[in-house]
Design a binder for this molecule. Structure first.
Ligand code: SF4
Length: 292
């Protein structure tokens, strides 16, 4: 997932957050997921009973959190927040900063859901909100109830997502006060970054859902010149603009946590962008941000 002005899973914000993760020891074995490779079967594991926050009165007893940042000012616009990193992602983005969150099995940094709630209980009155990022939060069928539990404690909720699972996203949007969605590339060429064929189809649906929902949002793209040319960035911006998006950000690639050595070697500082491209993108949106 995991933007420091606004973090995404692959952002410097998240990289910085990772230094402050609350690590509380082994994951509760009762919450172990059963299959690391098949999402459908994965959904039968921890927190999978019901995705809709209102449809089930059953209390969520576990939810796969692979790390926790106790405090952030940059991951939820205008809010002081904690960040929960959900465990598991089906994609393998070359610039990912969170490869330890790829497996659906608990990582060494796992935080039992009960401890997450205990921690949040101590933050009432100090924090405004809680950010769910990943990994990919919508990979988990229990996300709606996890968000519902956090909201019941009085916190606002932000979601960082890739839009990988539009049906689950649609179910939880009503619980979200803000959504940040990564747009990896032009929608028809996601595979070059994610390693998964046709992986841009669901994000395109998810972007539409976000725009139709009325929730506050931002779309953001990580810019690495080996992966996306300026022409690609313009294509992404134009596609989002045609869909009605008004808020877009480009974020710099950061080497910390990235496991792709060739990307690290060829990286350049910040977001290298010509004045023409910058101006053209800015003209498409109400807010266009570049994060270095
Ligand atoms: S591999 Fe998964 S967690 Fe990593 S950047 Fe891609 S979508 Fe995010």
């Amino acid at each position: 997932m995991n933007a420091p002005t606004l973090s995404s899973p692959s952002s410097a914000g998240k990289a910085s957050a990772s230094k402050h993760r609350l690590e509380t020891g082994p994951f509760d074995g009762s919450c172990r997921l059963r299959d690391s490779s098949v999402l459908a079967r994965h959904s039968a594991g921890c927190g999978a009973e019901e995705n809709s926050p209102s449809a089930s009165p059953v209390k969520l007893t576990c939810f796969p959190v692979g790390g926790l940042t106790p405090f952030t000012t940059v991951d939820f616009p205008g809010r002081l927040a904690a960040v929960l990193y959900t465990q598991g992602c089906a994609w393998r983005c070359r610039y990912c900063h969170n490869a330890h969150l790829w497996p659906f099995e608990p990582a060494a940094s796992a935080v039992p859901w009960e401890k997450v709630l205990d921690f949040l209980d101590t933050r009432k009155g100090f924090l405004d909100g809680v950010v769910f990022c990943g990994g990919e939060p919508t990979a988990h069928a229990g996300l709606g109830r996890a968000m519902g539990a956090v909201k019941a404690m009085g916190f606002e909720v932000a979601l960082h997502t890739t839009g990988m699972y539009p049906e689950r996203l649609e179910a939880v949007i009503p619980l979200c006060d803000w959504v940040g969605m990564d747009v990896k590339s032009p929608f028809d060429r996601y595979e070059a970054i994610t390693g998964v064929a046709r992986s841009g189809e669901n994000p395109q649906k998810s972007a539409r859902l976000i725009l139709q929902s009325g929730v506050a949002y931002e779309f953001r793209t990580t810019a690495h010149p080996d992966l996306l040319s300026e022409s690609d960035l313009l294509e992404i911006g134009a596609a989002l603009s045609r869909m009605g998006a008004r808020h877009f950000a480009l974020q710099a690639f950061h080497a910390e946590g990235c496991v792709d050595d060739s990307l690290k070697r060829s990286a350049r500082p910040g977001v290298p962008l010509s004045a023409e491209t910058r101006s053209a993108l800015a003209s498409l949106f109400s807010t266009f941000t570049i994060r270095h």
